[in-house]
Design a protein around this ligand. Structure first.
Ligand code: ATP
Ligand code: MG
Length: 360
């Protein structure tokens, strides 16, 4: 019997609601397989700050250190609420970035996927979607502007100023490129390299290293795309993309756009992999506007569990079953409020009902 420890960081906003549904699915997987999951809940994010004064408390760190994998809900507060927390204790700066730094989870995989049968969820026309949307964004997660030196102050002219640095070394670029090329080899052998080398020197080095790594994967066709052009192309012709690789900030923005072309951020799970530790989280934020209403879409969180089963526990078959179960709920004509707009013909169900149907 295999035994895995999972740190469960439910997070803020809709986090606890969608985490509860993900746990239901884990319990079913446990019943059906020769495996036990030891769930270790811990405070993380704004909830942790209000309870302990620290968004990533020592106790949570200890639990994550012990865990075989971490399941993390979204964190953060509404723009107004976040003013109650000092800048350096903000959930993103005080918890999310330290988590990523601690476990060096440099490779973030964000699938943007919508089968043809679900084209009606997307704001794009069916002829644009064609045979369906099926791409993966590979986002570098522990470098760039997010982790560069930051400074705020008053300059010699008495003006408030701010400085943030975008820094990568070649080793950081090389390892994310290897992840992207390896993934491309398993898929269509097509890699879109997203950059902004006409303006940013960081992209010049990024592209140089990409070309060096590409020599090790001669079968993969590389297409270079400026990030701004890629944003347009994602709307006009998403089918051209398969694997896309990009630095941290570009990945944050383009992957939210990925959620947009699917029809909801609620369809965006992700995996964040380091050399020794991985955590799994929805790509979206804590959606404070819909928190506590039992209307959030748990697909992103349950999909993150599927990615955990495959990557951390070597349970690819069960991962496929989880995806299929969720697609089955959609195929039966049901979804949560985000995807069941009036006139869409989709029958609206709650967060809990969605989880129940997946379990069924
Ligand atoms: P962050 O900066 O943390 O990424 P954000 O500002 O991008 O956060 P989100 O919290 O991701 O914002 O949410 C944007 C909007 O998308 C929300 O207001 C909500 O309406 C919708 N949304 C996000 N996640 C879900 C979900 N799981 N189900 C339904 N709607 C969602
Ligand atoms: Mg966002």
């Amino acid at each position: 019997m295999k035994h895995y420890k999972i740190a469960v960081l439910a997070g803020d906003g809709i986090g606890p609601e969608i985490t509860q549904e993900a746990i239901k699915v884990l319990k079913v997987v446990e019943e059906r397989n020769d495996v036990t999951f030891e769930l270790m809940p811990a405070l993380f994010g704004a909830c942790a700050y209000f309870a302990t004064g620290d968004a990533f408390p020592q106790e949570t760190i200890a639990i994550c250190d012990q865990a075989d994998a971490i399941l993390k809900g979204p964190i953060g507060l509404s723009h107004e609420e976040s003013k109650k927390i000092p800048v350096d204790k903000q959930p993103e700066r005080g918890a999310l970035l330290p988590l990523r730094r601690r476990y060096n989870t440099y490779a973030n995989f964000r699938p943007v996927s919508l089968p043809k049968a679900l084209a009606h969820f997307s704001p794009l026309k069916p002829e644009v979607i064609g045979e369906g949307i099926d791409l993966i964004m590979v986002r570098e997660l522990v470098g760039g502007l997010y982790f560069g030196e930051k400074e705020m102050g008053v300059n010699a002219q008495g003006l408030r100023y701010v400085r943030e640095t975008l820094e990568y070394d070649e080793a950081q670029i090389r390892r994310i490129m290897h992840q992207a090329f390896k993934l491309a080899m398993k898929r269509r052998k097509l890699l879109h390299n997203i950059h902004k080398s006409n303006v940013l020197k960081s992209s010049v080095l990024w592209n140089e290293v990409m070309e060096e790594v590409a020599k090790e994967y001669p079968e993969v066709k590389v297409v270079n795309y400026l990030v701004d052009a890629a944003a347009t192309a994602l709307c006009l012709n998403p089918a051209q993309f398969d694997v896309m690789v990009m630095e941290n900030m570009f990945g944050d923005i383009l992957s939210d756009q990925g959620g947009g072309i699917l029809g909801s951020l609620g369809l965006m799970p992700s995996a964040c992999l380091g050399d020794d530790k991985a955590y799994y989280e929805p790509s979206h934020g804590s959606a404070p506007d819909i928190a506590g209403k039992n209307i959030a879409n748990p697909y992103s969180m349950i999909g993150s569990v599927a990615m955990m089963l495959e990557n951390s526990f070597d349970m690819a078959d069960e991962a496929k079953n989880v995806w299929a179960a969720m697609q089955g709920v959609f195929a039966d004509g049901f979804s949560t409020a985000d995807l069941s707009k009036p006139g869409s013909g989709v029958k609206m169900i709650s967060t809990v009902e969605f989880g129940d149907k997946v379990v069924e």
